[in-house]
Design a protein around this ligand. Structure first.
Ligand code: PEP
Ligand code: MN
Length: 263
């Protein structure tokens, strides 16, 4: 069902007035984790300032260590919804367990399935039974074929609104947190009809190379970019080393617009 051979035209996932795929690239920005109302509001204000329509933020966090900040849970979803509505934005947030989907659909416009859950088949089947759009991240050790099959699970259970997101794969290279597989972008665009985004923040794991990675993503045909933004990354409760502050985000947007005028 994901195959372009079967459906030649691009799938466009519409969320309010935002259209993902088949045209103007989108930017999904926001903090790694929702930490407070004030923190979320500060980021949302800058997103809206740029005429962008989507905010990301984790409320349920898949942390490597059980002792690290696990997210605010439903309280985080409520903050996101309230702040997003204030600025007319749509919400992207990760859900990790099928049991949280009922409450999630009340607050979230796009359900994110994180890299660690790309092959959580129970979760894929459950989001497949919804009509809420799903942003599916590539597993950190998943082949492109496995990534496509994960999306196939969602479509085959009835939900056609799937957005693929390349976020880097684990390799021997230690200069970056993951290795951005830029080849995945044109391959996924050729082989599937689904929108393809690139999450530059989780790919790089460092904030100094996000602009060139975003330019590369758009040049390779990506339908948009995801980037983590925090008012003060030095005190962020997760991914402090890769989030960019508000002024850096403003510069990022200005330079990306110059490099990719279509956007
Ligand atoms: C995230 O986007 O918050 C996240 C945890 O990313 P990934 O699943 O790609 O590691
Ligand atoms: Mn993060």
């Amino acid at each position: 069902l994901v195959s372009r051979a079967r459906k030649p035209e691009d799938t466009v996932v519409a969320v309010g007035s935002v259209r993902i795929g088949g045209g103007t690239p989108v930017i999904i920005a926001g903090p790694c984790s929702v930490e407070s109302e004030a923190q979320t509001d500060a980021v949302a204000r800058v997103i809206a300032e740029h005429g962008l329509g989507l905010i990301r933020g984790g409320a349920f966090k898949p942390r490597t260590s059980p002792y690290d900040f696990q997210g605010l849970g439903v309280e985080g979803l409520k903050i996101l919804r309230e702040v997003a509505d204030r600025y007319g934005l749509k919400v992207v947030s990760e859900i990790m367990t099928p049991g949280d989907l009922d409450v999630a659909v009340r607050y979230v416009d796009i359900i994110q399935i994180g890299a660690r859950n790309m092959q959580n088949f129970a979760l894929l089947k459950e989001v497949g039974a919804l009509s809420t759009p799903v942003l599916l991240k590539r597993g950190m050790a998943a082949t492109i074929e496995e990534f496509k099959f994960a999306a196939e699970y969602i479509l085959s259970h009835g939900n056609p609104n799937v957005i693929l997101t390349e976020r880097g794969i684990r390799t021997y290279e230690k200069a970056t947190r993951n290795t951005l597989d830029i080849s995945a972008v044109p391959i996924l665009k050729q082989e599937t009809h689904l929108p393809v985004l690139v999450d530059v923040s989780h790919a790089a794991g460092r904030r100094d190379i996000l602009l060139p990675l975003a330019k590369a993503a758009l040049a390779a045909g990506a339908d948009g970019v995801m980037i983590e933004v925090h008012p003060d990354p030095s005190v962020a409760l997760s991914d402090a080393q890769q989030q960019i502050d508000l002024d850096t985000f403003r510069r990022f947007m200005a330079e990306l617009k110059t490099a990719a005028p279509a956007f």
